[in-house]
Design a protein around this ligand. Sequence first.
Ligand code: BEZ
Ligand code: FE
Length: 290
Amino acid sequence: MRNVDLNTITAAAVSSFAGLPDARQRLLVQGLLQALHGYAKQVQLTHAEWRAGLAFLHRVGDISSDTRSEFSLLSDVSGFSSLIDMLASDPADAAVTPGSNLGPFHAGGSPWLDNPAQLIGDNAGRRVLLRGRVVDQDGRPLPQARLDFWQNAADGLYWQQDPQQPANNLRCQLHMDNDGAFAIATIRPVPYQIPLDGPVWHELVQPAGLSGWRPAHFHLIVSAPGHRTLVTELFDVEDPYLDRDAVFGVREALVGRYVTVNDPAACTLLGVSGPECLAMEVVLRLSAAD
Ligand code: BEZ
Ligand code: FE
C-alpha cells in the first residue's frame, strides 16, 4: 500500500476492515470510516482542528464516570439520541406513541408500587395526577403492561443528584390494572438544565448561544409481552421551554395538558381537600414486536 493518496486513502482504510467477522459490525465500522473521511475532505480539516477535536473528546471522557456520562450528553445535545429514537420507532404508524430520550437518570431496580401509586411523600410542588391507559395499535387495552416511571423534584433535581431527597424519590414501577390503566399521584415536574459543569456545556452549547433548559417532563418505559418496549417522555403544553428543548426530545404527540377534574376519588389520592384537582390523562400505544 505504498501508493496510497488523497483519492485512494478512504477506500484503502475501508477495505482494511473487510476482515471483521461480524457483518453488522463490519457495516458500522466501514460506514463510519467512509462518513468521517468524507467529512474531513468536505471541511478540509487541519491538523490543529483534528487535535483540538480529539482533546475535546478527551475532556468529555475525563469528566465521565459510572454515574455521569458526558458522552451521552454529547449525543443528546447533538440530536443524535433523538435521531436514533426516531430510527427505532415505526415512522409509518402514527397510531404508536413516539419514543423520546431515556436521559441519564434512569436506574434499574425502582420500587414496585400498587397501582394507583402514591409518590408525593414530603415533596413540595403542585400535586397532580398522571392517569393513563396502555393499548396496542388497534386501541385494545394491554393489562399485562408494566410501567417504569421517574421524574424530578420541585428543586429540578432527580433523587440521585440531591442528597436532600430520600432514595427512590419520585420513581416507581407499576403493573397495569385489568383495563390496562394506571394512575400516579405525584407533583408537577419542573424544567431543569442539562449539566453545566462539563465540556459539552462550556465548549459547545453555551458558545452556540443555546439554552441548556429541558422542558418539564415525566419519564416512562412501558413494556408488554409481544410488544416493542416504549421509552418516552410526557411534556406539559404550558411549559416555556417546549420549543427549545436542549436535547430535542419533544414530539407533538407527547405534549399533554393538566386539566382540572371534578373527581373526589382522584383528589383523595392526591390528598387534596375538595372535589377538584389537576390531572394529565394519556394514552400510550405500543406497536407489536417484530
Ligand atoms: C433527562 O431527561 O433526564 C436528561 C436528558 C438529557 C440530558 C440531561 C437530562
Ligand atoms: Fe429528565
